[in-house]
Ligand binder design. Structure first.
Ligand code: KG4
Ligand code: ZN
Length: 356
């Protein structure tokens, strides 16, 4: 096991170009993120070609900023970690090719990181000198129950140790963040949908609509049924049937109707997650429960989780929930410290559909 390790992590699976330096798997030294979100927002979702092009434009400046913010030069960096999947092909390629080139030119080991595993490792960060971060006070303990709720994934995973885990269940259709984004579209709210739905939900009645909770096998999820139920409810509210176009609903719904739909949808979507977390907690008695992914930024989900789980739960800073380089560098540190295999810088390929 190495004494001390500094890893540079690169994340480009979607629209964020994110690079970070993490030391010893717990200390965050830098975490710049450049996002092309404002451009995508105009189109109501991420446009893959625009995302890939903007990664090319900002990749090297963001790498340099990560080094500068960490007060590091290349001689201080022990290895490079990069997201190689899952994600958008064009976006992943830019990050992976950058990491391969840096690994070869700087003669550093390369670690290939699964994006979803990376999200979970944001929970291992406990220290930083960077301003504006609220850090966890301690690293999670094993066995660890991990709840992954993002734009592309909804999963429950039981970790017995680092790199030793079982996928308990996952969504059979839409991810929870995707459902938030689609409901936001129906309600005419800006992308990304999670924060916009959450904001509007605060003024609505979560019991106004009884949306269905999908009946799935023990630890699996489904969010496409509730999304369709939202569409039908919105159509019914304005006295129309299922043929009425979803794109024209927002202008016909009142603010109160929208708020009630947002609140009722959010309630059911989060209950769906919490129900399964409770079941898994009872069955496996984990020492820690961690939550990860963009939707983990939601204060409403956090407070529901605190109420549902009998053990204390710590949350990563909001900036460490949405896509970032720190989570990739953190997992990279553990790979380096625990002697996990390195990737070949001549041949590491992207895996857009990588699962856990
Ligand atoms: O993890 P992430 O940044 O990207 C993926 O790997 O997918 O997650 C993005 C997702 C989006 O669907 C966004 O709507 C959702 O996270 N999200 C939220 C909140 N902030 C971001 N969902 C609910 N409440 C939030 N506050
Ligand atoms: Zn993500």
């Amino acid at each position: 096991m190495l004494d001390s390790v500094k890893i540079l992590g690169i994340e480009t699976s979607c629209d964020e170009t994110a690079v970070a330096v993490v030391e010893d798997g717990y200390r965050l030294l830098s975490n710049p993120v450049a996002s092309s979100m404002d451009v995508h927002a105009r189109y109501g979702g991420v446009v893959p070609e625009i995302a890939a092009r903007s990664h090319i434009e900002v990749m090297l400046p963001v790498v340099q900023q990560a080094l500068d913010d960490a007060n590091c030069s290349w001689k201080d960096i022990d290895g490079i970690a990069v997201t190689y999947g899952a994600g958008l092909g064009g976006s992943l390629l830019i990050g992976v090719l950058t990491a391969r080139t840096l690994a070869l030119s700087r003669e550093r080991p390369l670690y290939a990181v699964n994006h979803v595993e990376g999200h979970i490792y944001a929970n291992f960060l406990t220290s930083t000198a960077l301003p504006g971060y609220t850090m966890r006070t301690a690293q999670p303990k094993f066995p660890m129950l991990a709840i992954i709720v993002s734009g592309g994934h909804s999963q429950l995973v039981l970790f017995r140790d680092h790199f030793d885990y079982t996928l308990l269940g996952y969504t059979q259709d839409d991810a929870i963040g995707e459902a938030f984004d689609k409901v936001a579209k129906i309600l005419g709210l800006p992308y990304p949908g999670g924060p916009s739905v959450e904001k509007l939900a605060k003024t609505g009645d979560p019991t106004a609509f009884q949306f269905p909770k999908a009946k799935m096998s023990k630890y699996d999820f489904s969010f496409s049924g509730v999304k369709t139920a939202v569409l039908r409810a919105a159509q019914a509210q304005i006295g129309q049937d299922y043929t009425f176009p979803s794109t024209k609903l927002a202008e016909r719904l009142s603010e109160a109707q929208k708020a009630n739909i947002a609140a009722s949808f959010q309630q059911i979507a989060f209950e769906t997650i919490i129900d399964k977390v409770k079941l898994a907690y009872e069955e496996f008695s984990p020492a820690s429960v961690v939550i990860a992914g963009g939707v983990a930024a939601s204060p409403a989900l956090r407070s529901m989780l605190i109420k549902a789980i009998p053990c204390p739960i710590e949350f990563p800073d909001l900036k460490l929930c949405t896509d970032n380089g720190a989570m990739i560098a953190t997992l990279g540190c553990f790979k380096a410290m625990l002697g996990q295999p390195t990737a070949d810088p001549f041949s590491l390929d992207i895996e857009p559909n990588l699962s856990m």
